[in-house]
Design a protein around this ligand. Structure first.
Ligand code: DGY
Length: 337
């Protein structure tokens, strides 16, 4: 009886790899850059489990090219790179890595808020370029963070952690979310408002919503026109929630004050991209969860999702539990685990 085969689509922290190796034959894409779609499809064709990243497109065609595939585990909380409906229809379980990266991502979102408000990257540039001549009463004046209004779009796990950090800075808190959360409102002193109201009232707006048909392009020219002219937009969620051309125009024309982006559309951005070169925009390369601890936990949870799925159980973090017991999992086992 063979052991199950798991394909890992990139170099990832060792914790998860070791867990998988103990029970499975593991092959991994040994590169810091992702495999192309065709390469991934070819590499994964005989795998039973696939540990994927947000840079991998896992669609119906890929699933059909991997007839043994029983479980896909995304080492990310977001799973917009995976066709969940197609996976469910085929009885393929899909896992993700929520919770273990919540605070790390909120830390980065708040760091971006502070960096943009207090113009930290511009200050670093001044010193590095040897342009620091004296203490200047008008040098690099930023915006107060304390007592300013923060609007949170999407009050899920990461949005709530962002609110907790903002409370420590005495910020006034608003949120827009299709689901109202009275218990969280009471705990965090955060008020639910319609999206347009949040746009109008906020000094800082931080996006923490998933990328769905409902949030794609949510921030475009119309939204920017309703924001305060000094408002700063922070995005650590998914790039396509913001319309890139509209953002460039809003930043250039002063419709809004600034932006701080961990995610962009497209990704990556080249150094000559307008967003990279606007002084009122900070761009970092999608590093929201990039702490050694968070990535270690993500690697471990991603592996545990795979192992559970290969055992015919529900992954500890499963995004399509309705796939359980249907389709491919109903087939007799042809490996030993
Ligand atoms: C996620 O998990 O979805 C982040 O974008 C990367 O950690």
């Amino acid at each position: 009886m063979r052991r199950p085969h798991v394909f890992i689509t990139r170099r990832i922290p060792e914790t998860g790899v070791r867990l998988l190796q103990a029970a499975c034959d593991v092959t991994a894409w040994d590169d810091d850059l992702p495999p192309s779609y065709d390469t991934l499809r070819a590499q994964a064709q005989d795998c039973d489990g696939l540990l994927a990243l947000l840079t991998d497109r896992i669609d119906a065609a890929l699933m059909d090219a991997c007839p043994r595939l029983r479980v896909v585990s995304n080492m990310a909380v977001g799973f917009d790179n995976i066709d969940i409906a197609a996976a469910t229809a085929r009885g393929i379980l899909v896992g993700n890595t929520p919770d273990v990266l919540t605070e790390a991502t909120a830390d980065l979102a708040f760091a971006l808020l502070l960096a943009a408000a207090r113009r930290i990257p511009e200050g670093v540039d001044v010193v590095r370029a040897d342009r620091w001549q004296t203490w200047g009463p008008l040098l690099l004046l930023g915006r107060d963070v304390h007592h300013a209004t923060l609007g949170i779009v999407g009050l899920g796990r990461i949005g709530q952690e962002m609110a907790r950090r903002a409370r420590g800075f005495s910020m006034r808190l608003l949120y827009a979310d299709p689901t109202r959360k009275p218990a969280v409102e009471a705990e965090l002193g955060i008020a639910h408002v319609p999206f347009e109201e949040l746009l109008r009232q906020s000094d800082f707006i931080s996006i923490h919503a998933p990328l769905t048909d409902g949030t794609r392009g949510l921030f475009g020219a119309q939204a920017f026109a309703q924001m305060k002219p000094a408002a700063i937009l922070i995005n650590t969620a998914r790039g396509p929630i913001v319309q890139t051309d509209a953002l460039i125009a809003a930043l250039r024309e002063g419709t809004i004050g600034g932006a701080a982006l961990d995610v962009t559309d497209p990704e990556p951005l080249r150094a000559d991209h307008p967003l990279v070169n606007l002084s009122n925009c900070i761009v970092v390369p999608h590093i929201g969860s990039a702490t050694m601890q968070a990535r270690g936990r993500m690697s471990e949870l991603a592996a545990r999702n795979i192992l559970a799925g290969l055992h015919g159980a529900l992954p500890p973090a499963c995004v399509n539990p309705s796939a359980a017991g249907t389709g491919r999992q109903a087939q007799p086992r042809d490996y030993e685990i």
